[in-house]
Design a protein around this ligand. Structure first.
Ligand SMILES: NC(=O)c1ccc[n+]([C@@H]2O[C@H](COP(=O)([O-])OP(=O)(O)OC[C@H]3O[C@@H](n4cnc5c(N)ncnc54)[C@H](O)[C@@H]3O)[C@@H](O)[C@H]2O)c1
Length: 387
């Protein structure tokens, strides 16, 4: 046993298995599978119910994972929430974007803790409505940003907080895929009626969280945004052709590229771009520029909010320009396991949300501002209502 193993064992938490958290699923699609795998790794969970709008889907989902004794005969999340025999503590909401706000509001109003998948919502108004329900309920609402659990992401925040960058004045963030419009099991990511926002909400929210969390989530003030959909609406888009689904082009109702210039409180400029598809390898690494140092965070090929390689800190030592490489930290635990575990711990310890809505509200305000600015064709002010 090495020193690291010793340290890890010292830090390992003892989980009270006598107190189980009773959980229900709202939405039993693709990402619900990752929630399920992570929940099954926890010793203090009872999965008691699941609802999906598609008849029979919830039952099949639990069958696939061999989870027995789960009630699934609900036509929607409302019926599940009305079933008081379940004695639920919490729900995990794994519905498509347009069905984030209402199930979250209804679950909080039912007195349940909520783990809500990202993006928070589609619009800022929806996020505000969810937060009003959260405030009235006094329950925990955590938003599903699992990259937050990544030790490399935590390192970015530590570097900023150490003062090594000095005063931060300019940030470039974003990422993207050359060909990566997500249609794994159908079109819920690309249709307006289910997704509401495209690359901007799906992966853009991660890029924004990476840097905003690191710098303490300053308030966004104004935004000049742009959105396009050249690839998604093209029936000859290579992935549609390979999958033999040219009709996806007609169904495509969201953005596949977005860019923005955002002013944040404290005089910080945030330059952002995100792509589900583009004729380029990457729209650039994330950079955080400060008066004492700057940090380069390599992007990944298939941007999903993780660090793509060793980060580099550019700074001066004794008046000489130098670079320090920050090696990638390998994680032993899966990010979804940590996302679920931190949520459970917060419930059991009367703690606070691991990824609080009060922070992600600003993330959502930027996404909303980009959509509004793109529509208006000019810079807009970001106005966040009182909660
Ligand atoms: N954290 C991550 O890494 C990650 C990865 C993929 C997707 N997601 C997010 O997860 C969400 C779901 O994505 P997905 O790929 O699983 O979608 P999906 O379409 O595969 O599954 C969503 C399911 O929710 C059901 N549903 C919708 N509204 C409902 C309601 N009111 N009550 C009950 N069921 C309802 C749908 O019928 C569908 O089966 C999206 O918001 C997406 O952004 C997160």
């Amino acid at each position: 046993m090495g020193l690291d193993d010793f340290k890890e064992n010292q830090e390992k938490k003892v989980i009270d298995t006598t107190r189980k958290v009773r959980i229900g699923f709202i939405g039993c699609g693709w990402i619900a599978e990752s929630h399920m795998r992570a929940l099954l790794n926890q010793p203090d969970v009872e999965i008691v119910a699941g609802a999906d709008l598609i008849p029979g889907k919830a039952a099949k989902f639990f069958e696939k994972f061999g989870v027995e004794g789960v009630k699934t005969d609900y036509a929607s999340h409302k019926e599940l929430l009305a079933d008081k025999s379940l004695n639920l503590d919490a729900v995990t909401i794994c519905t498509y974007n347009r069905q984030h706000a209402q199930p979250a509001i209804d679950s909080l109003n039912a007195g349940l803790h909520v783990l809500l998948e990202k993006p928070f919502t589609v619009t800022l108004d929806e996020a505000v409505a969810v937060m009003k329900a959260e405030k009235a309920s006094g329950k925990i609402l955590s938003i599903g940003f699992q990259p937050r659990m990544d030790a490399n992401m935590k390192m970015i925040k530590k570097i900023v907080e150490s003062g090594a960058l000095g005063q931060i004045y300019y940030i470039q963030t974003g990422g993207g895929r050359r060909r990566g419009i997500p249609t794994p099991y159908g079109t819920t990511f690309i249709e307006d009626k289910t997704a509401g926002i495209g690359a901007l909400g799906d992966i853009g929210c991660y890029s924004l969280d990476m840097v905003l969390n690191a710098i303490g989530y300053p308030k966004p003030l104004t935004v000049s945004g742009y959105k396009s959909n050249f690839f998604g609406t093209d029936p000859n888009y290579s992935d549609y052709v390979h999958k033999n689904h040219p009709e996806y082009a007609k169904l495509f109702g969201v953005d596949d590229f977005a860019a923005a210039f955002i002013r944040l409180e404290g005089g910080i400029i945030l330059d952002f771009r995100i792509a589900w598809a583009m004729n380029l390898d990457t729209p650039g690494d994330t950079i955080i520029m400060g008066t004492k140092g700057s940090l380069r965070i390599p992007s990944t090929e298939c941007w999903n909010g993780t660090v793509g390689g060793p980060m580099v800190l550019y700074h001066e030592v004794c008046g000489e320009q130098t670079q320090t490489e920050i090696p990638i930290i390998k994680m032993k635990e899966g990010l979804f396991d940590l996302k679920i575990r931190t949520f459970l711990d917060a419930i059991k310890e009367n703690g606070t949300a691991p990824v609080p809505s009060s922070q992600i509200l600003y993330n959502q305000a930027i996404i909303d501002g980009i959509a509004k600015s793109a529509e208006a064709g000019r810079e807009v002010e970001i106005v966040i209502p009182e909660i």
